[in-house]
Ligand binder design. Sequence first.
Ligand code: DAH
Length: 339
Amino acid sequence: MKEKLDSIKCAALESIAAARTSADIAAVRVKYLGKSGEISLIMRDMANVPKDERPALGKMVNEARGDVERALDEKGAELEAQEKAARLKAEAIDITLDSDGHKLGSLHPLTKVRRELIDIFAGMGFKVAEGPEIESDLYNFQLLNIPKDHPSRDMQDTFYVNDNFVLRTQTSAMQARIMTVSEPPIRVVIPGKVYRSDDDASHSPIFNQFEGLAVDKHITMGDLQGCLTTFAKKIFSEDTKIRLRPSYFPFTEPSVEVDVTCSMCHGKGCRVCKGTGWVEILGAGIVNPAVLDMCGIDSKQYSGFAFGFGIDRIAMIRYGIPNIKLLYENDMRFLAQFN
Ligand code: DAH
């Protein structure tokens, strides 16, 4: 009996040593320790052993069982660890692979310039206002001294909604709105979209304007000049100069057109300024007393200055953008350059 037990134990330990997978170990466990396993069967043979030998033999069987169990556990743990390592290796994700990268958004160049403009004028005490893009003929034209059928309406190719409403052609419409509801002193800038039936490399049917209005006692052309000089230096560069040329707008008298020294060549003359050293950027003037009076402000007590320019044009000069359409196509290849 003892020899039989020894040989079973040896065979079991050999099988365990030879096992290559955790499944092999499970099979060995069943073969020797399972219900009808070889070591379990020996226990049953105990009945045929003389009574006095039983305790010693029982002890031996238990020890053999313990040895085999320990060997199975150890080898089983070792094989399972190997199998787990192999599985993890096979399922591994290669985190060293380059990703597409995070795409960061950026502000539209028009938004950037508009915010900068607002900052500049806020620093000079101007408030910001906005108004409707579908505007009545009254504010867009009549209160600005442009009666119906007046030839100056031809200066702007208007989209009419009906006889009395237009897509506003100029943010100047807001001057009239503001003056009819406020008392001087007034200092306000109005950024906003405007519309004209006009379409080429420097004109778009929709574009953005920036309007300014100051009404107070004793406002003069000198105030306008000082304000616009500060604006030009801040938006372009400290060495920028401005010059005022006589012009005509129905809502200002006198009216001027304002040029700045070319920010590309700093006044020397180049392709951008067509060799003149100057670039035209805006229209301005002293608010026509007739406009003040029509809007309910006493022109004998008060005077004002006003100006208006295209935010698009400032952005184009600032960033060297050759075609206004680039600002409205939303082509990511263009916009991503303003990161
Ligand atoms: N509204 C004019 C335009 O769209 C620009 C302008 C000129 C605005 C003179 C003004 C001004 O406020 O005083 O061409």
